[in-house]
Design a binder for this molecule. Structure first.
Ligand code: CA
Length: 557
């Protein structure tokens, strides 16, 4: 009887054979400008049909060829679900379409039985790359490629993947999920706002939902603050630009991290090296501790220079214009900017903002890819900057918070859609997504150096006002103290938020907490903690091991 049932399942599962998808009449797809370039059966990692295709191939700016390329895997043992794997950075990579669940999970969505799609968002880093013209962000010079990256490719690929699923299996997916981190997290939030009926569940980790403001103002402010340290020390790169990589040693960041821990660890009632009550960890508390470790004389390994302390406080305070208005966001004080475990220093924060100490050139991600995106993609009109030489750092250091804001809102005849319009995912009107019964989970590190958790919290609080205090009915934010961008840092960065999302969507079980585990490269391997629904925080119950989440409760402040 069991064998018969399996036979019935697999027969019904293939209304169309895999190789036949390559001859698919594009008129049956949402965009007739779709070409299936490959369709073949793969035995590994799970028996599935792998489909490659491209939508709207065309010649764009600078004579380059552009297309939205996608990668779809259709498992034989289909669970009737659809999983869209979000991108990262400035995209341009096809992705492996295995379905990263985020949170350091070993399983992937394909192994769970989902049909999984990934895509390059309309440009290809291998071909749309011009070192003289903003490197892999050269697509920012092409108006359509901007829109494809901002929102259009996710729309096109969702519709196309769902149509192929319908053709292949003979029925549409019952449930659809969007999962991503960073830029992929922004994409998830875009879907909830622009295409609110496409997905039932969205996991948006460390979402860059205000990416242009983070890149142009937030990251420029970081670079400018660090440049004052380099300039004070007379440290320049070979192009004559301030060299940020030497502004803090790993030991310096460790000192700063320890200071923040000493200021704020016990605000949550427990000296466990984790700052759960980060909203109470103010600049005043931290400043007092940093003052204690400020060098009285020459710089030594056991103290920070006054310039370093000032730069840290400026970074955490965030970008401000001459009127004192915040241009992106302030940042949460937390220990994950540095620290040491068994002689290894945490690099997750510095590789974004500062770059590795030993690097001879400016190499932080904000000074390389970040600057390329800020100049080519997040201002109108785009500014041509070579991806090597003095240009990227020079661009960041010359950003002016009074005069450059208009460039994010600007529209021209060649670029009729503003950056704010095509990129931002910060709407608080999620009524259509709620009407669709959609559920959104956001997970973010408190020590995220790329997108500030304070910015995410401000957005959620605004959403909660719009929703009359009931935003948590369908949008839940989980903070991970110590965690850097998407993962890493002294943190419990291993968690299965996707399972929590599926339970919420399919069983009406809203997650009040998600259990998270600390990895080997933390001061406390295998320590567990609940991640709590903001604004609740974990509190020690007063007895039992402090290594075990079971002895902590999520409590509102
Ligand atoms: Ca604590």
């Amino acid at each position: 009887m069991k064998a018969v049932l399996i036979f019935a399942f697999t027969t019904a599962a293939h209304a169309q054979d895999c190789a036949g998808l390559q001859q698919l009449d594009a008129k049956k797809l949402p965009s007739p400008a779709t070409v299936i370039t490959s369709a073949k059966t793969n035995a590994q990692p799970a028996d599935h049909c792998e489909v490659l295709g491209k939508i709207n191939e065309r010649t764009g700016a600078n004579g380059q060829t552009y297309a939205i390329k996608f990668h779809l895997r259709l498992p034989r043992n289909w669970n009737n679900g659809f999983f869209f794997e979000g991108g990262g950075g400035s995209n341009g990579n096809l992705g492996n379409a295995l379905g990263n669940l985020q949170g350091g999970q070993r399983a992937n969505a394909l192994s769970l039985g989902y049909a999984v799609v990934s895509q390059d968002s309309g440009h290809d880093n291998a071909t749309n790359n011009d070192p003289a013209r903003n490197g892999t962000v050269t697509f920012g010079h092409d108006p359509q490629a901007r829109l494809d990256f901002g929102y259009n490719s996710y729309d096109q690929v969702t519709q196309t993947a769902k149509a192929i699923i319908q053709i292949y299996y003979g029925k549409p997916p019952q449930r659809s999920y969007y999962v991503g981190c960073s830029e992929g997290g922004r994409e998830g939030m875009i879907m909830s706002q622009r295409f609110p009926t496409y997905f039932d569940g969205i996991l948006a980790c460390a979402p860059g939902f205000r990416l242009p403001k983070a890149a142009v103002f937030g990251h420029a402010s970081d670079a400018q603050a660090l440049a004052t340290v380099a300039t004070a020390a007379g440290t320049y790169d070979r192009f004559g630009e301030p060299l940020l990589t030497k502004t803090f040693t790993d030991e310096d960041l460790d000192l700063a991290s320890q200071s923040i821990v000493s200021a704020c660890d016990t605000l949550d009632g427990l000296a466990d090296g984790m700052i759960q009550n980060f909203p109470a960890c103010t600049a005043d508390l931290v400043s007092a501790k940093l003052k204690d470790i400020t060098c009285k004389g020459a710089k030594r390994n056991t103290c920070l220079s006054a310039a370093q302390v000032a730069a840290l406080l400026k970074i955490y305070g965030g970008a401000k214009n001459s009127k004192g208005e915040t241009m992106y966001s302030d940042w949460a004080f937390d220990r994950g900017l540095g620290g040491q475990v068994n002689g290894n220093y945490n690099q997750g924060w510095r590789i974004w903002k500062i770059g590795a100490y030993d690097a001879p050139a400016n190499s932080s991600i904000i000074a390389t890819l970040g600057s390329a995106a800020a100049s080519a993609l997040f201002v109108t009109p785009p500014v041509t900057v070579a991806s090597t030489g003095a240009g990227p750092m020079d661009y960041l250091l010359k950003i002016n918070y009074d005069t450059d804001a208009a460039k994010l809102a600007a529209e021209t005849s060649q670029f009729p859609t503003s950056v704010l319009s095509f990129m931002m995912a910060d709407s608080t009107n999620l009524s259509a997504f709620k009407q669709h019964s959609g559920k959104l989970i956001i997970v973010q590190g408190v020590s995220d150096p790329v997108f500030s958790i304070n910015d995410t919290i401000h957005w959620w609080n605004d959403l909660n006002k719009v929703q009359n205090g009931a935003a948590a009915d369908f949008v839940r934010l989980f903070a991970v103290p110590g965690m850097n961008h998407c993962n890493g840092g002294p943190a419990t960065d291993q968690y299965n938020a996707f399972a929590a999302l599926v339970d919420w969507v399919e069983k009406s079980g809203a997650p009040d907490k998600i259990i998270a585990t600390a990895g080997a490269n933390t001061p406390w391997p295998n320590r567990t903690r609940p991640l709590c629904v903001y604004p609740a925080q974990p509190r020690y119950k007063g007895s039992g091991s402090i290594e075990d989440a079971v002895n902590f409760a999520c409590e509102r402040q």
